[in-house]
Design a protein around this ligand. Structure first.
Ligand code: DAH
Length: 342
């Protein structure tokens, strides 16, 4: 009998159990009332006294071996036995959960949207594949107008009529869609991605993001534009910020201006960001050209409006002092994890 027990012992040792079902089979075969161990104990009872001592030890070892193997695997499959409530330490710190962080472009975009929403601007997004009319012609950029070359364009050939579509070069196209589809007063901002056929470098990329703003109503003046932009600049860059408007040219606005803010990095003392001028350029703007209003069937004698457009990457680069635009699109976790959730 002792030899049989030893054989069983090594059999138990070598059994591989891979699932709960296997484990239950194991229990039934070895440890249940009708199992091998019970049967062996029954046999043991009728042994002669001399044999009992030695066989008993072996039999107990076998029983313990089977029970231990069973307990150990049960724990593994069921994740251990239930812990009594008294053993749970409620003062222990919880397992930390690693939060992601927002992309810097999203942070700055949301900030811009939030600032303008506080002064009554609504938000609208529209398509990135645009027709010539909305991206150019309606914005007072007729075909062959030299100002079309201001923005290098990706063209998409239409399949049927050879009509040309473009990847929008600016979010100004959404101004047109907005004015075509609604009546003044219009006070809205349009964030989104735009595309330019540029060589990729530290300062330029073939796509980036803009926020366009538009306000059309009776008696909207250049003073309104200036005050709106001053409010934005102070909310975005700090109360002390001043703005400066320089005359410029955009076909869709007249007059047009480029806007600088006092350098928020060095408080205008002069640094690398403002190239020691104390000012940094942040956007283009102007009064909506009467032709543009007319193109959208808005009476330019009754209504006036202002518009502006800014690059989100540019503002994020200034704000966080990022010197390479490519970093925004590489999704390097070491770069992205530096930005707080917002
Ligand atoms: N669309 C211009 C660009 O992409 C930016 C711009 C300038 C938008 C002046 C405007 C504006 O609405 O009035 O460079």
């Amino acid at each position: 009998m002792k030899d049989r027990i030893d054989k069983f012992f090594s059999e138990i040792e070598s059994i591989e159990i891979k699932s709960k079902e296997h484990l239950e089979e194991f229990r039934l075969k070895w440890l249940s009332k009708k199992g091998i161990v019970t049967a062996l104990f029954d046999e043991f009872k009728i042994l002669a006294n001399e044999e009992r001592k030695e066989v008993g030890r072996h039999l107990n070892d076998l029983k313990n071996k089977a029970q231990e193997k069973f307990n150990h695997l049960k724990e593994e499959f069921e994740g251990g036995e239930e812990i009594p409530a008294s053993d749970i330490d409620l003062t222990k710190p919880a397992e930390p959960i690693a939060f992601g962080s927002r992309h810097p472009i999203s942070i700055v975009r949301n900030q811009i949207v939030e600032i303008f929403s506080r002064i009554g601007f609504t938000i609208k997004e529209d398509r990135e594949i645009e027709d010539d009319w909305h991206n150019f012609s309606a914005l007072n950029l007729p075909e062959d107008h030299p100002a079309r070359d201001m923005q290098d364009t990706f063209f998409i050939k239409g399949q049927r009529e050879q009509s040309e579509f473009v990847l929008r070069t600016h979010t100004s196209s959404v101004q047109i869609r907005m004015m075509e589809n609604s009546k003044p007063p219009i006070r809205c901002i349009f964030p989104g991605r735009v595309y330019r056929k540029e060589n990729i470098s530290a300062r330029a990329h073939c796509f980036f993001h803009q926020v366009e703003g538009l306000y059309v109503d009776e008696n909207v003046s250049f003073a309104d534009l200036k005050q709106t932009l001053l409010f934005f600049a102070q909310e975005m860059f700090g109360e002390e910020t001043k703005i400066r408007l320089r005359p410029s040219y955009f076909p869709f606005t007249e007059p047009s201006a480029e806007v600088d803010v006092t350098c928020f990095i060095c408080a205008s003392k002069g640094c690398a960001v403002c190239k020691h001028s104390g000012w940094v350029e942040i956007l283009g703007c102007g009064m909506v050209h009467p032709k543009v209003l007319e193109n959208c069937k808005i009476d330019s004698k009754k209504y006036t409006g202002f518009a502006f457009g800014m690059g989100i990457e540019r503002i994020a680069m200034l704000k966080y002092q990022i010197n390479d635009i490519r970093l925004f699109y590489e999704n390097d976790i070491r770069f992205l994890s530096q930005f707080k959730r917002a």
